[in-house]
Design a protein around this ligand. Structure first.
Ligand SMILES: C[S@@+](CC[C@H](N)C(=O)[O-])C[C@H]1O[C@@H](n2cnc3c(N)ncnc32)[C@H](O)[C@@H]1O
Length: 254
C-alpha cells in the first residue's frame, strides 16, 4: 500500500472530521472568518442566480454561506464523516445537495455544469492535483470561474515555521526545502499521535498546472487581516508578518 496517497489523506480526514470542525461557527474557524472568507467573498462577487460547486465542502459552512448569498449550491467531499456532519448541520430548506466524490474524478457531474467552482483549502490534500484542476475546467461553463485557496506554497514548506527565542517569543518565520515537492505531514493541535497529510508543490508548479489545464489565471490573493478584524482579534497582528494562505482565481475561456 502507498502510505502517501489521497486515500490516506481522506482516512485521516474521516478520523478527525468531528474534532477539526468542533469549534466551527457559521463562519468556519477563526482563520476562515478573519482571512479566507473576506478574500473569497471579494473574489466571488455577487452570487445571485449562480450555479456553484463547493469542491471539498467539509462540514459545509461555505456552501451554506453561498446559498444565503443567493447561489444554488451543490457540494462534494471524499470524506464520509465530513459529509455526515455537513448534512447534520444543513437545513434541508437551503436546498444544498451533498455528493460523495474524489475531486480527481467527478464522474457524477456532466461537462459545463457550473458557473463557479470554489474549493477552500482542499487542493493541497490531493495526490493528483493536476487531474483535479483539469476536472474543474471540464465542469465549468465557458467563462465560468474556478477559485481555490491553499496553504501558501512559499511559506508552508517542509521545515517551515516560527523561530522563537529562549522565552518563546516569535522572532521570524523560517522557510526551508522549498523545492522539495511531495507529501508532508501537518501537526494536529489536539492529537499528539496523528498528523494531517498534504502535498507541497512550488508556486511555479501550481501556476503551470493551471495553465496546462487550459484555465486563465486572473489573480492571486494573499489574504491579510483587515483593521476591523485586527480590532476584534488582536493576535492576528502576527499575520501581517507572514501569509499562510494563497487564493488563485482562474477562468475557463469563453
Ligand atoms: C481543510 S478541509 C476544508 C473543508 C472546507 N472546504 C472548509 O473550508 O471548511 C479539507 C477537506 O477536503 C476534503 N478532501 C480532501 N481530499 C479530497 C478529495 N480528493 N476529494 C474531495 N474532497 C477531498 C477533506 O475530506 C476535507 O473535508
Amino acid at each position: 500500500m502507498n502510505k502517501w496517497d489521497t486515500e490516506e489523506a481522506i482516512r485521516r480526514w474521516d478520523m478527525h472530521a468531528e474534532n477539526f470542525t468542533a469549534k466551527y461557527t457559521e463562519e468556519g474557524d477563526r482563520s476562515r472568518e478573519v482571512l479566507l472568507n473576506p478574500a473569497l467573498q471579494a473574489c466571488m462577487g455577487p452570487l445571485g442566480g449562480k450555479k456553484v460547486l463547493d469542491a471539498g465542502c467539509g462540514e459545509g459552512y461555505l456552501s451554506r454561506k453561498m446559498v444565503k448569498a443567493g447561489a444554488s449550491v451543490e457540494a462534494v467531499d471524499y470524506s464520509i464523516e465530513m459529509l455526515r456532519l455537513a448534512k447534520e448541520r444543513t437545513s434541508s430548506a437551503l436546498g444544498i445537495t451533498y455528493h460523495h466524490g474524489n475531486l480527481e474524478k467527478l464522474e457524477m457531474f456532466g461537462d459545463q455544469s457550473f458557473d463557479l467552482i470554489v474549493s477552500n483549502m482542499v487542493i493541497q490534500d490531493l495526490a493528483q492535483y493536476e487531474q483535479a484542476i483539469a476536472e474543474m475546467q471540464r465542469l465549468l461553463v465557458p467563462g465560468g470561474r474556478f477559485i481555490f485557496s491553499i496553504l501558501h506554497p512559499c511559506f508552508q514548506t517542509p521545515q517551515s515555521g516560527w523561530v522563537k527565542d529562549e522565552t518563546g517569543k516569535k522572532l521570524y518565520w523560517k522557510v526551508d526545502q522549498y523545492f522539495n515537492e511531495g507529501p508532508l505531514e501537518q501537526a494536529i493541535p489536539y492529537d499528539q499521535e496523528e498528523k494531517f497529510l498534504y502535498f507541497h508543490r512550488t508556486l511555479g508548479s501550481y501556476v503551470q498546472t493551471i495553465i496546462e489545464a487550459g484555465l486563465l489565471l486572473e489573480g492571486m490573493i494573499e489574504p491579510k487581516p483587515s483593521a476591523e478584524m485586527l480590532e476584534k482579534y488582536p493576535h492576528f497582528h502576527e499575520d501581517l508578518n507572514v501569509t499562510h494562505f494563497l487564493i488563485f482565481t482562474t477562468r475557463r475561456s469563453g
